[in-house]
Design a protein around this ligand. Structure first.
Ligand code: KG4
Length: 344
């Protein structure tokens, strides 16, 4: 009797400031190791040159740990899936070069992955062999991260269409930049989330963007926030200190209202009620609660990711690799990173 060989994908993610490696066997998670980079905290944002140097230090131990934790040998790997873009070029170069080296050394094929597609497909990672709780096609994905705010029509694993996106800043950027002007460290999103729990979301009204269609804009909100602080500080120099929780709660509510408003519209326009959310900002507790509420109100079948799959991780790269492997979509060794890669 012949036994079907497992499909074992090693995923490698190095697009920004997290070095991650993961092993997925037949769609099921075996390991997902993430090494963050504390070096950027002192600078109020990710410093590209420092990020690529930290990736160089982290990549070998992170991949080694992922392989050991999955209890496999490098020769068991069916293919190496690596993030080709979008991201910081120097950071992407580290993961891409490592994938090429391992591919040549072990004679294993490589698969290039679009990081954004990875975020969307994180919902298909199986936690165990019986895990079949995944979104159906077509579905809508609200992808919200530090670099993107998009509504994506997901027709199949590898067939996606962006139907709405930000014309300037992303939602994560709005969180981070507003946190910065309040003197809070990077990344500001998680801190605003924490402080917002103690504040009144209706305390302060910020200008909401009026952008036609399904597109977003967050740069006006950032300016409205800045002007509000400037005016109030003229009257009370301790304004930020005394109102931090209300500022965080009101800002967070405005961002959530804008994000969900367009998602509701997209669902109505397409008639699709199968909805997912992905990306770093999907860790936001206010957004998660509001999505659950909206799902009940509009009869959506809502998929909210586990926290460990919201921010950058290689498990989402490996699962995307799994589906590209099934279609035989492999990369050549002359493949170079692509900092501005988009979903087409
Ligand atoms: O997806 P991600 O890890 O990186 C990319 O941009 O690819 O997203 C990072 C973004 C940052 O802007 C961070 O502030 C935001 O996600 N973020 C949050 C929360 N956790 C992370 N924003 C709001 N609330 C959170 N709990």
């Amino acid at each position: 009797m012949t036994q079907n060989k497992s499909i074992i994908i090693l995923g490698i993610e190095s697009s920004c400031d997290d070095t991650s490696a993961a092993v997925i066997e037949n769609g099921e998670i075996r390991s997902n190791i993430i090494a963050g980079q504390k070096v950027h905290e002192a600078y109020g944002g990710v410093v590209p040159e420092l990020a690529s140097r930290a990736h160089q230090q982290n990549i070998v131990p992170v991949v080694d740990q992922a392989i050991k934790q999955a209890d496999i040998k490098p020769s068991d790997i069916s293919a190496i899936a690596f993030t080709r873009g979008p991201g910081l070029l120097g950071s992407l170069l580290v993961g891409t070069s490592f994938a090429k080296g391992l591919s040549i050394a072990q004679n294993i094929p490589m698969i290039e992955i679009n990081h954004l597609q990875g975020h969307v497909l994180a919902h298909f990672i199986k936690e165990n062999v019986n895990d079949n709780n995944h979104p159906a096609f077509p579905h809508l994905c609200l992808l919200v991260s530090g670099g993107n705010s998009q509504i994506i029509l997901v027709k199949d694993y590898l067939d996606m269409e962006v139907i709405g996106q930000t014309i300037d800043d992303a939602a994560g950027e709005a969180f981070d930049k507003c946190a910065k002007v309040m003197g809070m460290p990077y990344p500001g999103g998680p801190l605003i989330d924490k402080l917002a729990k103690e504040g009144n979301p209706n305390a302060i009204a910020f200008n909401k963007p009026r952008i036609p269609g399904l597109n977003y804009s967050f740069s006006g909100l950032k300016t409205s926030f800045l002007y509000h602080l400037r005016d109030e500080i003229k009257l009370n120099e301790n304004y930020i200190e005394e109102n931090r929780a209300n500022l965080c709660a009101s800002l967070q509510k405005t961002i959530i209202d804008v994000l969900i408003g367009k998602l509701v519209r997209a669902s109505k326009e397409t008639g699709i009620k199968e909805i997912t959310v992905a990306g770093g900002v999907s860790a936001n507790s206010g957004l998660r609660n509001e999505l659950i509420r909206k799902a009940e109100q509009h009869c959506w079948n809502m998929f909210i990711p586990e926290f460990r799959y919201t921010t950058d991780n290689a498990a989402m790269i490996a699962i995307t690799g799994h589906y590209k492997y099934l279609k035989g979509e492999f990369a050549n060794h002359d493949m170079v990173p692509f900092a501005r890669m988009v979903i087409k």
